[in-house]
Write a protein that binds this ligand. Structure first.
Ligand code: NAP
Length: 246
Protein backbone atom coordinates (compact mmCIF):
# COMPACT_ATOMS: atom_id res chain seq x y z
CA UNK A 1 0.00 0.00 0.00
CA UNK A 2 1.23 3.46 -0.82
CA UNK A 3 -0.56 6.69 0.06
CA UNK A 4 2.10 9.04 -1.32
CA UNK A 5 0.47 12.04 -3.05
CA UNK A 6 -2.71 11.25 -1.10
CA UNK A 7 -4.44 13.42 1.48
CA UNK A 8 -6.15 11.43 4.25
CA UNK A 9 -8.64 12.89 6.72
CA UNK A 10 -9.42 10.93 9.90
CA UNK A 11 -12.13 12.13 12.28
CA UNK A 12 -11.58 11.52 15.99
CA UNK A 13 -7.87 10.92 15.49
CA UNK A 14 -6.55 12.33 18.77
CA UNK A 15 -6.78 8.99 20.58
CA UNK A 16 -7.50 5.27 20.28
CA UNK A 17 -8.39 3.70 16.93
CA UNK A 18 -8.44 7.04 15.06
CA UNK A 19 -4.89 7.90 16.16
CA UNK A 20 -3.71 4.42 15.08
CA UNK A 21 -5.38 4.90 11.66
CA UNK A 22 -3.78 8.33 11.17
CA UNK A 23 -0.35 6.85 11.98
CA UNK A 24 -0.96 3.89 9.67
CA UNK A 25 -1.41 6.30 6.72
CA UNK A 26 1.86 8.01 7.65
CA UNK A 27 3.62 4.62 7.83
CA UNK A 28 2.46 4.11 4.23
CA UNK A 29 3.87 7.46 3.04
CA UNK A 30 0.73 9.63 3.03
CA UNK A 31 1.37 13.09 1.62
CA UNK A 32 -0.72 14.61 4.40
CA UNK A 33 -2.91 13.42 7.26
CA UNK A 34 -5.59 15.60 8.84
CA UNK A 35 -6.01 14.73 12.51
CA UNK A 36 -9.50 15.84 13.51
CA UNK A 37 -10.44 16.04 17.18
CA UNK A 38 -13.20 17.45 19.31
CA UNK A 39 -11.63 18.49 22.63
CA UNK A 40 -8.21 16.81 23.03
CA UNK A 41 -6.00 19.46 21.38
CA UNK A 42 -2.74 18.34 23.03
CA UNK A 43 -3.30 14.69 22.20
CA UNK A 44 -4.11 15.60 18.58
CA UNK A 45 -0.92 17.67 18.39
CA UNK A 46 1.08 14.72 19.77
CA UNK A 47 -0.35 12.53 16.97
CA UNK A 48 0.61 15.23 14.44
CA UNK A 49 4.20 15.21 15.78
CA UNK A 50 4.37 11.40 15.44
CA UNK A 51 3.10 11.60 11.85
CA UNK A 52 5.62 14.32 10.97
CA UNK A 53 8.40 12.18 12.45
CA UNK A 54 7.38 9.48 9.96
CA UNK A 55 7.82 11.99 7.11
CA UNK A 56 4.23 12.96 6.22
CA UNK A 57 2.64 16.39 6.55
CA UNK A 58 0.03 16.57 9.28
CA UNK A 59 -2.33 19.09 10.77
CA UNK A 60 -4.64 18.94 13.79
CA UNK A 61 -8.10 20.40 13.14
CA UNK A 62 -10.75 20.91 15.79
CA UNK A 63 -14.34 20.26 14.72
CA UNK A 64 -17.37 18.67 16.33
CA UNK A 65 -18.55 16.26 13.64
CA UNK A 66 -22.15 16.44 14.87
CA UNK A 67 -22.23 20.08 13.65
CA UNK A 68 -22.53 20.27 9.84
CA UNK A 69 -21.37 23.89 9.61
CA UNK A 70 -18.20 23.02 11.55
CA UNK A 71 -17.56 20.05 9.24
CA UNK A 72 -17.97 22.22 6.15
CA UNK A 73 -15.63 24.86 7.58
CA UNK A 74 -12.98 22.22 8.37
CA UNK A 75 -13.27 20.66 4.90
CA UNK A 76 -12.93 24.16 3.39
CA UNK A 77 -9.71 24.67 5.35
CA UNK A 78 -8.36 21.30 4.19
CA UNK A 79 -9.10 22.05 0.53
CA UNK A 80 -7.50 25.50 0.86
CA UNK A 81 -4.34 23.96 2.31
CA UNK A 82 -4.03 20.67 0.40
CA UNK A 83 -6.33 20.99 -2.63
CA UNK A 84 -7.86 17.50 -2.38
CA UNK A 85 -9.00 14.72 -0.06
CA UNK A 86 -8.42 11.16 -1.27
CA UNK A 87 -9.38 9.28 1.88
CA UNK A 88 -12.06 10.02 4.47
CA UNK A 89 -12.21 7.87 7.59
CA UNK A 90 -15.31 8.53 9.67
CA UNK A 91 -13.99 7.28 13.01
CA UNK A 92 -15.23 9.81 15.61
CA UNK A 93 -17.62 8.11 17.99
CA UNK A 94 -18.98 8.20 21.52
CA UNK A 95 -20.92 5.97 23.91
CA UNK A 96 -23.58 7.00 26.43
CA UNK A 97 -24.59 3.56 27.68
CA UNK A 98 -27.75 2.80 29.64
CA UNK A 99 -30.68 0.43 29.62
CA UNK A 100 -33.56 1.48 27.39
CA UNK A 101 -35.93 2.07 30.34
CA UNK A 102 -33.53 4.63 31.79
CA UNK A 103 -31.93 6.11 28.67
CA UNK A 104 -32.36 9.88 28.48
CA UNK A 105 -33.40 11.53 25.24
CA UNK A 106 -30.21 13.57 25.42
CA UNK A 107 -28.05 10.42 25.57
CA UNK A 108 -29.93 8.97 22.59
CA UNK A 109 -29.63 12.15 20.54
CA UNK A 110 -25.97 12.81 21.30
CA UNK A 111 -24.88 9.30 20.25
CA UNK A 112 -26.92 9.44 17.04
CA UNK A 113 -25.71 13.00 16.43
CA UNK A 114 -22.01 12.14 16.63
CA UNK A 115 -21.90 8.54 15.40
CA UNK A 116 -24.46 8.67 12.57
CA UNK A 117 -25.23 12.30 11.68
CA UNK A 118 -21.49 13.01 11.98
CA UNK A 119 -20.84 10.48 9.22
CA UNK A 120 -23.41 12.23 7.00
CA UNK A 121 -22.00 15.67 7.87
CA UNK A 122 -18.53 14.68 6.68
CA UNK A 123 -19.44 12.37 3.80
CA UNK A 124 -21.84 14.65 1.93
CA UNK A 125 -19.48 17.60 1.34
CA UNK A 126 -16.46 15.36 0.76
CA UNK A 127 -18.25 13.10 -1.71
CA UNK A 128 -18.85 16.20 -3.89
CA UNK A 129 -15.10 16.79 -3.88
CA UNK A 130 -14.32 13.11 -4.55
CA UNK A 131 -16.79 13.11 -7.48
CA UNK A 132 -14.86 15.98 -9.08
CA UNK A 133 -11.57 14.13 -8.42
CA UNK A 134 -13.06 10.92 -9.86
CA UNK A 135 -11.35 9.14 -6.97
CA UNK A 136 -12.09 8.58 -3.33
CA UNK A 137 -12.07 6.10 -0.49
CA UNK A 138 -14.52 6.39 2.39
CA UNK A 139 -14.15 4.07 5.39
CA UNK A 140 -16.62 4.25 8.28
CA UNK A 141 -16.26 2.83 11.76
CA UNK A 142 -19.29 0.67 12.49
CA UNK A 143 -19.34 -1.88 15.35
CA UNK A 144 -20.33 -5.44 16.14
CA UNK A 145 -22.88 -3.77 18.48
CA UNK A 146 -24.64 -2.47 15.38
CA UNK A 147 -24.74 -5.92 13.78
CA UNK A 148 -25.70 -8.13 16.74
CA UNK A 149 -27.08 -5.58 19.25
CA UNK A 150 -25.72 -5.07 22.76
CA UNK A 151 -27.71 -4.69 25.97
CA UNK A 152 -27.23 -1.22 27.43
CA UNK A 153 -26.36 0.24 24.04
CA UNK A 154 -29.66 0.79 22.20
CA UNK A 155 -28.48 4.26 21.15
CA UNK A 156 -24.99 3.11 20.14
CA UNK A 157 -26.19 -0.09 18.39
CA UNK A 158 -28.77 1.96 16.46
CA UNK A 159 -26.16 4.53 15.43
CA UNK A 160 -23.75 1.85 14.19
CA UNK A 161 -26.48 -0.12 12.38
CA UNK A 162 -27.29 3.21 10.74
CA UNK A 163 -23.65 3.62 9.72
CA UNK A 164 -23.74 0.17 8.10
CA UNK A 165 -26.87 1.03 6.08
CA UNK A 166 -25.46 4.44 5.15
CA UNK A 167 -22.25 2.77 3.97
CA UNK A 168 -24.08 0.33 1.68
CA UNK A 169 -26.32 3.05 0.16
CA UNK A 170 -23.47 5.53 -0.43
CA UNK A 171 -21.36 2.74 -1.95
CA UNK A 172 -24.06 2.15 -4.59
CA UNK A 173 -24.41 5.88 -5.35
CA UNK A 174 -20.69 6.55 -5.83
CA UNK A 175 -19.37 3.25 -7.24
CA UNK A 176 -19.43 4.29 -10.90
CA UNK A 177 -17.15 7.26 -10.15
CA UNK A 178 -14.24 5.29 -8.69
CA UNK A 179 -15.25 6.06 -5.11
CA UNK A 180 -15.62 3.19 -2.66
CA UNK A 181 -17.39 3.26 0.68
CA UNK A 182 -16.85 0.47 3.21
CA UNK A 183 -17.07 0.02 6.95
CA UNK A 184 -15.03 -1.78 9.56
CA UNK A 185 -16.93 -3.23 12.52
CA UNK A 186 -14.56 -3.68 15.45
CA UNK A 187 -15.37 -5.95 18.37
CA UNK A 188 -13.71 -5.21 21.70
CA UNK A 189 -10.66 -2.98 21.23
CA UNK A 190 -8.51 -1.63 24.09
CA UNK A 191 -9.03 2.16 24.04
CA UNK A 192 -10.33 4.86 26.41
CA UNK A 193 -13.85 3.95 25.22
CA UNK A 194 -13.68 0.37 26.51
CA UNK A 195 -11.39 1.21 29.46
CA UNK A 196 -14.37 3.02 30.99
CA UNK A 197 -16.26 -0.31 31.31
CA UNK A 198 -16.41 -2.10 34.71
CA UNK A 199 -13.79 -4.92 35.06
CA UNK A 200 -16.48 -7.65 35.24
CA UNK A 201 -18.09 -6.44 32.04
CA UNK A 202 -14.72 -6.40 30.25
CA UNK A 203 -14.01 -10.00 31.31
CA UNK A 204 -17.45 -11.10 30.10
CA UNK A 205 -16.85 -9.53 26.67
CA UNK A 206 -13.36 -11.00 26.31
CA UNK A 207 -14.70 -14.47 27.19
CA UNK A 208 -17.00 -14.18 24.14
CA UNK A 209 -14.01 -13.51 21.86
CA UNK A 210 -12.58 -16.65 20.20
CA UNK A 211 -9.06 -15.23 20.58
CA UNK A 212 -9.71 -14.55 24.30
CA UNK A 213 -8.18 -11.08 24.23
CA UNK A 214 -9.05 -7.50 23.40
CA UNK A 215 -7.95 -6.19 20.02
CA UNK A 216 -5.35 -3.47 19.57
CA UNK A 217 -6.15 -0.19 17.76
CA UNK A 218 -3.39 -1.05 15.26
CA UNK A 219 -5.21 -4.28 14.34
CA UNK A 220 -8.24 -2.21 13.28
CA UNK A 221 -6.07 0.45 11.61
CA UNK A 222 -4.43 -2.12 9.31
CA UNK A 223 -7.83 -3.17 7.89
CA UNK A 224 -9.02 0.43 7.54
CA UNK A 225 -5.83 1.33 5.65
CA UNK A 226 -6.30 -1.60 3.27
CA UNK A 227 -9.90 -0.58 2.49
CA UNK A 228 -8.66 3.00 2.02
CA UNK A 229 -5.90 1.95 -0.37
CA UNK A 230 -5.86 1.82 -4.17
CA UNK A 231 -5.41 -1.95 -3.83
CA UNK A 232 -8.99 -2.32 -2.47
CA UNK A 233 -10.37 -1.06 -5.80
CA UNK A 234 -13.04 -3.76 -6.24
CA UNK A 235 -14.45 -3.77 -2.70
CA UNK A 236 -17.38 -1.50 -1.86
CA UNK A 237 -20.44 -1.53 0.37
CA UNK A 238 -18.87 -4.07 2.73
CA UNK A 239 -18.88 -4.27 6.53
CA UNK A 240 -15.70 -6.03 7.66
CA UNK A 241 -15.68 -7.37 11.22
CA UNK A 242 -12.41 -7.06 13.13
CA UNK A 243 -13.36 -8.83 16.32
CA UNK A 244 -10.99 -11.71 17.00
CA UNK A 245 -13.85 -14.08 16.20
CA UNK A 246 -16.37 -12.61 18.62
P1 NAP B 1 -12.07 6.79 21.89
O1 NAP B 1 -10.80 6.20 22.38
O2 NAP B 1 -13.11 7.18 22.88
O3 NAP B 1 -11.73 8.03 20.94
C1 NAP B 1 -12.78 8.72 20.33
C2 NAP B 1 -12.25 9.75 19.38
O4 NAP B 1 -13.38 10.40 18.76
C3 NAP B 1 -11.44 10.84 20.04
O5 NAP B 1 -10.39 11.22 19.18
C4 NAP B 1 -12.44 11.96 20.21
O6 NAP B 1 -11.86 13.27 20.22
C5 NAP B 1 -13.25 11.80 18.95
N1 NAP B 1 -14.58 12.42 19.03
C6 NAP B 1 -15.58 12.13 19.89
N2 NAP B 1 -16.65 12.91 19.64
C7 NAP B 1 -16.30 13.71 18.60
C8 NAP B 1 -16.97 14.72 17.87
N3 NAP B 1 -18.22 15.09 18.16
N4 NAP B 1 -16.30 15.34 16.86
C9 NAP B 1 -15.04 14.98 16.56
N5 NAP B 1 -14.35 14.03 17.21
C10 NAP B 1 -14.98 13.40 18.21
O7 NAP B 1 -12.81 5.76 20.88
P2 NAP B 1 -12.24 4.48 20.10
O8 NAP B 1 -12.42 3.29 20.96
O9 NAP B 1 -10.91 4.78 19.52
O10 NAP B 1 -13.34 4.37 18.94
C11 NAP B 1 -13.13 4.88 17.63
C12 NAP B 1 -14.30 4.45 16.76
O11 NAP B 1 -14.38 3.03 16.74
C13 NAP B 1 -15.66 4.94 17.27
O12 NAP B 1 -16.49 5.25 16.18
C14 NAP B 1 -16.19 3.73 18.01
O13 NAP B 1 -17.59 3.75 18.10
C15 NAP B 1 -15.67 2.61 17.15
N6 NAP B 1 -15.60 1.33 17.84
C16 NAP B 1 -14.78 1.15 18.92
C17 NAP B 1 -14.73 -0.07 19.57
C18 NAP B 1 -13.85 -0.34 20.75
O14 NAP B 1 -13.92 -1.47 21.30
N7 NAP B 1 -13.03 0.58 21.19
C19 NAP B 1 -15.55 -1.12 19.11
C20 NAP B 1 -16.37 -0.89 18.01
C21 NAP B 1 -16.39 0.32 17.37
P3 NAP B 1 -11.39 13.99 21.60
O15 NAP B 1 -10.19 13.22 22.06
O16 NAP B 1 -11.06 15.36 21.18
O17 NAP B 1 -12.54 13.84 22.53
Amino acid sequence: MDFSSQVCLVTGASRGIGAAIALEFAKHNAQAVIVNYSGSKEKAEAVVAQIEALGSKAVAMQCNVSDKAQCEAMIGEVIKEFGRVDVLVNNAGITRDGLILKMSEEDFDSVIGTNLKGVFNMTQPLSKIMLKQKYGRIVNLASVSGIYGNAGQANYSASKAGVAGFTKAVAKELASRNITCNAVAPGFIATDMTDAMPEGAKEAVVSAVAMKRAGKPEEVAAVVAFLASKEASYITGQIVEVSGGM
